[in-house]
Design a protein around this ligand. Structure first.
Ligand code: HEC
Length: 478
C-alpha cells in the first residue's frame, strides 16, 4: 500500500475516532448488527418461522427464539457449525464469505449479543420508553421527561443496504454536542445494539426555565410559561417529528414525557446524523447552535442572579432549503419552504411592484406580495427583520385567498415600504383558519432570539400536516 493511502486510512479509521478502544456498546453492538445483516441476507428468506416445505421453523432474525433455552443445541452455536461445515445455506444458495463466517463466529463467541427483528421506529420507541421508565424510577425527585431526551441512528440500518459506520457517526455526534455545549460529552447508549442514545439535558446545561417572553404587537406580553429551552430550539427545526398516535401502545409512556410543558413539540427522539449537522457545520457552530449557547448563558445569568447578557444575532431563514416531508416544521426559523407530501394545495408567492414580479426591491418603491392558490385558503403572514425579530404582519382585506384568484397583499397605502431592516416574510396557509402564531423573544438584555409557535387550539383545530409554508426573502437592490 502506498504511504499516502496508509496515512489516509489511519486518519479515517473509526477506532481512532474514539481514541484507542471503541466503547463496549459499540463492540457488541457492531457484532450484533453485522450478524443480523448476514443472517438477513443469507438465511432469512427461508428461516421465516414457517413450517412449509423448503422453509424452516427457526426464525433466525428473531433473537429471542434464536437464543431460547430448551433447544438441544444452542441455536447460535448450531448455526455457526452448520455454516462452517457447509450444510447451511443449502447448496443451491450462495455461501457466506470467509469474512462473514468470521463475523458470525465472533458474534457467537461474544455470547450472541442481541439484535432486533428490525431497526425500525418501534425498536427505538421501545428502548426510549424503557429508559424513561428506568429514569423515572432512579430519580424520584425529578421527572424523567424534564431532563431526558433521545437520539437514534437506527434509521441508517436498512435491509439490503451497506451498514453504516456507527463508530464514526457516534464520535461525530459526541464531538458536535461537546463543541456546542463546551462540555466533553459522551452520550450513553440505551439499547443493546448501541444505536439509541440518551441526552441528559442537565449534564449539558440544556435544561431551562422561563427564558422567553410572549410578544404582542411588538411589546412584551408576559412570560412564556411553556417549554422553550435550548433543546426545544432543535425540536422546532426537526423535520421528522414522527408524532405518536394516541392508540399506540407506547403512547402512555410518552404521555408524561411529551407533555407540552416539557417539550415544545412531541418528538420522542431525533435522528443522530441530523442532530450532528444541526449543531456543527464543519468545525463551526451553526447559527442554531449559537442560539442555543446564548440561551445557556442567559440561563446561567438567571441562576446566579446576575444581569441578563446580550444574546447573539443570527440571520433566520437565510439560505433556507425547501423541505417536503410527513410532518412539517412550521415554526422552524432556519428552514425554508415547507410542503407536506403530498401537497394539500398549490401556493405561490412573489414580490410585485406595480403588478410586475421583481427579483429585488428598491428604496422608496413600495411593493406587494402576490399570492395565489388552487384552493380557497386562509393564511397568516409574519415579517422577519434583520435582527431576527418576528412580527405578525396584518394586511388589508382579511386573511382569505380565493381559489385561482391571485391577490396582492399590502399593509395598506401603496404597499410595503422598502427598508434595510426587512429580511423577508413567512406565509403560512391552510384550508382551515389558522390562529395567530405566538411570538416569543428571549429575555436577553439585547440581541434577542426570536421564535414563533403555531399550534392548533380548541378554537382553531387545524391539522399541521395540511399547512403549506412559503418563505419570501426580500433583497434590496440598487
Ligand atoms: C434455501 C433455504 C434456506 C436457506 C437460504 C438457509 N436455510 Fe437453514 N434450513 C433450511 C431448512 C428448510 C431447514 C430445516 C430442514 C432441514 O433440516 O433441512 C434449515 C435448518 C437450519 C438449521 C437447523 C434448525 C433447527 O430446526 O434445528 C439451522 C441452524 C440453519 N438452518 C441455519 C441456517 C443459516 C445460518 C443460514 C444462512 C447462512 C441458513 N440456514 C440458510 C433452509 C434454509
Amino acid at each position: 500500500m502506498p504511504r499516502v493511502v496508509i496515512a489516509f486510512t489511519l486518519l479515517f479509521m473509526p477506532a481512532t475516532a474514539f481514541g484507542a478502544e471503541p466503547p463496549a456498546h459499540r463492540v457488541s453492538g457492531d457484532l450484533a448488527i453485522r450478524a443480523r445483516d448476514i443472517l438477513q441476507r443469507r438465511c432469512a428468506g427461508c428461516h421465516t418461522g414457517s413450517a412449509d416445505a423448503g422453509f424452516s421453523k427457526l426464525k433466525l432474525l428473531d433473537h429471542k427464539a434464536l437464543t431460547a433455552k430448551g433447544r438441544p443445541v444452542p441455536a447460535p452455536a448450531q448455526l455457526l457449525e452448520l455454516v462452517k461445515d457447509g450444510s447451511m445455506p443449502p447448496a443451491n444458495r450462495a455461501a457466506p464469505t470467509a469474512a462473514e463466517v468470521a463475523a458470525l463466529e465472533a458474534w457467537v463467541k461474544a455470547g450472541a449479543p442481541e439484535f432486533p427483528l428490525a431497526f425500525d421506529e418501534r425498536y427505538v420507541l421501545r428502548h426510549v420508553a424503557d429508559d424513561l421508565e428506568r429514569g423515572v424510577g432512579q430519580n424520584k425527585l425529578r421527572y424523567a421527561g424534564e431532563y431526558l431526551r433521545y437520539v437514534s441512528f437506527a434509521h441508517l440500518i436498512r435491509d439490503g443496504e451497506p451498514l453504516p459506520d456507527l463508530g464514526t457517526l457516534e464520535a461525530r455526534l459526541n464531538a458536535a454536542v461537546s463543541t456546542a455545549t463546551s462540555r466533553p460529552e459522551k452520550l450513553v447508549a440505551v439499547d443493546p445494539a448501541g444505536v439509541v442514545f440518551r441526552i441528559d439535558l442537565t449534564r449539558l446545561g440544556w435544561s431551562t426555565a422561563d427564558l422567553f417572553d410572549r410578544m404582542k404587537d411588538g411589546k412584551r406580553d408576559g412570560l412564556h410559561s411553556g417549554a422553550m429551552g435550548p433543546f426545544d430550539l432543535l425540536l422546532l427545526e426537526y423535520p421528522r417529528a414522527d408524532l405518536i398516535a394516541p392508540d399506540d401502545p407506547f403512547a402512555k409512556s410518552f404521555e408524561k414525557f411529551l407533555a407540552p410543558k416539557n417539550q415544545v413539540r412531541p418528538v420522542p427522539f431525533v435522528r443522530g446524523d441530523w442532530l450532528t449537522n444541526a449543531l456543527l457545520s464543519g468545525k463551526e457552530l451553526t447559527p442554531l447552535a449559537a442560539d442555543m449557547k446564548s440561551l445557556v448563558a442567559l440561563q446561567t445569568a438567571f441562576s446566579r442572579g446576575t444581569p441578563a447578557p446580550e444574546g447573539h444575532v443570527a440571520k433566520p431563514f437565510a439560505g433556507a432549503k425547501p423541505f417536503a416531508g410527513p410532518v412539517p416544521t412550521l415554526a422552524a426559523v432556519y428552514a425554508g419552504d415547507v410542503s407536506p407530501d403530498p401537497a394539500p394545495f398549490a401556493l405561490s408567492v412573489e414580490i410585485v411592484v406595480d403588478g410586475k414580479p421583481v427579483a429585488s426591491v428598491k428604496d422608496d418603491v413600495p411593493y406587494k406580495l402576490r399570492v395565489s392558490s388552487d384552493r380557497a385558503v386562509r393564511f397568516v403572514l409574519l415579517k422577519v427583520l434583520d435582527d431576527g425579530q418576528l412580527r405578525l404582519q396584518v394586511v388589508e382585506g382579511g386573511d382569505a385567498i380565493r381559489s385561482k384568484e391571485p391577490r396582492e397583499l399590502t399593509p395598506g397605502g401603496d404597499g410595503f415600504v422598502t427598508g434595510p431592516e426587512t429580511l423577508g416574510f413567512v406565509l403560512l396557509a391552510c384550508e382551515d383558519e389558522l390562529p395567530a402564531p405566538q411570538i416569543l423573544r428571549s429575555r436577553h438584555a439585547d440581541k434577542h432570539i426570536w421564535r414563533f409557535l403555531l399550534e392548533p387550539t380548541p378554537k382553531y383545530p387545524f391539522d399541521a400536516n395540511k399547512v403549506v409554508r412559503k418563505v419570501v426573502p426580500v433583497s434590496v437592490g440598487k
